[in-house]
Design a protein around this ligand. Structure first.
Ligand code: NAP
Length: 285
């Protein structure tokens, strides 16, 4: 495999040393940074994600408050809980794990989270801050991808970045962050024609689709940086991304694996955002 591995676990470990030090610094000033994680229903994947987030908080000196509710919880009751968390000075970040049961409107729920505590960066206001380049919480997965890309040492200015996927939570914010880093950005999606024509021009290729085998070696420019956001299962039931890892690793210069790439960095960014929220609550500008 000529490509260098972009090790999200190792980078996360390094970054979390500094985050844990920030948490200790806040605690010494009487502010224990705290994240409320709200889980509605029994979705097995969501339970794993929530468990990992709670553990990462505990391991790094943040307090986490896990609120678990039955899938039958009404939207009104959930909104009431969010209002209470918004008003709780001991809580600095609020994360509502998606997906929510179908009778609850996720947009209404996200909109109910105070912007100062929107550590997932999913609200319309946070999206507007990203769009305009104003300060604010950046969505954790794309921000984590940017850190992975930065770890390769590539200077994005003038580079061609191609993002596959245009969701509000991953694809679109990813493209905006790359644009802010002065890359020339192309976004591909399910209606794109001859996607390989675009991806073959990518100095940086980010795949955020949710379909394994989406990116194969023939679609990748030699020497590219490839970031795999997708989470899928292969025929053997093992976790895999959107990128044919073995094939693409023969062509790319850098490649992030699944698992062990974007996943841990998403949680690291969540910790960073929660600490930033706590810093603001503690009086930082
Ligand atoms: P999503 O909302 O389902 O969006 C998927 C995007 O892929 C859509 O924009 C869709 O296009 C596009 N797409 C679907 N089929 C395509 C095709 N054949 N060719 C090109 N584009 C295609 O998913 P998401 O929330 O963005 O997540 C994407 C993947 O990342 C999932 O596997 C998810 O589990 C994973 N993920 C991982 C993390 C992590 O921490 N590691 C975090 C978030 C998400 P249209 O818009 O045209 O439908």
């Amino acid at each position: 495999m000529p490509a260098q591995l972009i090790d999200g676990n190792a980078l996360s470990r390094r970054l979390r040393v500094d985050l844990a030090a920030s948490a200790r610094g806040l605690a010494a000033r009487g502010v224990t940074p705290a994240l409320a994680v709200v889980l509605v229903g029994e979705d097995p994947a969501s339970q794993v994600y929530v468990r990992n987030k709670v553990k990462a908080c505990e391991d790094n000196g943040l307090r986490s408050v896990l609120e678990k509710y039955e899938a039958t919880l009404s939207e009104a009751a959930l909104l009431e809980r969010i209002a209470a968390l918004n008003g709780d000075p001991m809580i600095h970040g609020i994360l509502v794990q998606m997906p929510l049961p179908p009778h609850i409107d996720p947009q209404r729920v996200i909109a109910a989270i105070s912007t100062a505590k929107d550590v997932d960066g999913y609200s319309t206001l946070s999206a507007g801050e990203l769009m305009t380049g104003a300060a604010g919480f950046r969505p954790c997965t794309p921000a984590g991808c940017m850190a992975l890309i930065a770890s390769t040492g590539i200077n994005l200015r003038g580079k061609h970045a191609v993002v596959i996927g245009r969701s509000n939570t991953v694809g679109k914010p990813m493209a905006l962050l790359l644009l802010q880093a002065h890359a020339t950005v192309t976004i591909c999606h399910s209606a794109s024609v001859d996607m390989a024509r675009h991806t073959r021009q990518a100095d940086v290729l980010v795949a955020a689709v949710g379909r394994r085998g989406t990116v194969t070696a023939d679609m990748v420019k030699p020497g590219a940086v490839v970031i795999d956001v997708g989470i899928n299962r292969d025929d053997a039931g093992q976790l895999c991304g959107d990128v044919d890892f073995a094939g693409v690793a023969e062509v790319a210069a850098f490649i992030s694996p699944v698992p062990g790439g974007v996943g841990p960095m998403t949680i690291t960014q969540l910790l960073a955002n929660t600490l930033e929220a706590a810093e603001h609550a503690a009086g930082a500008p």
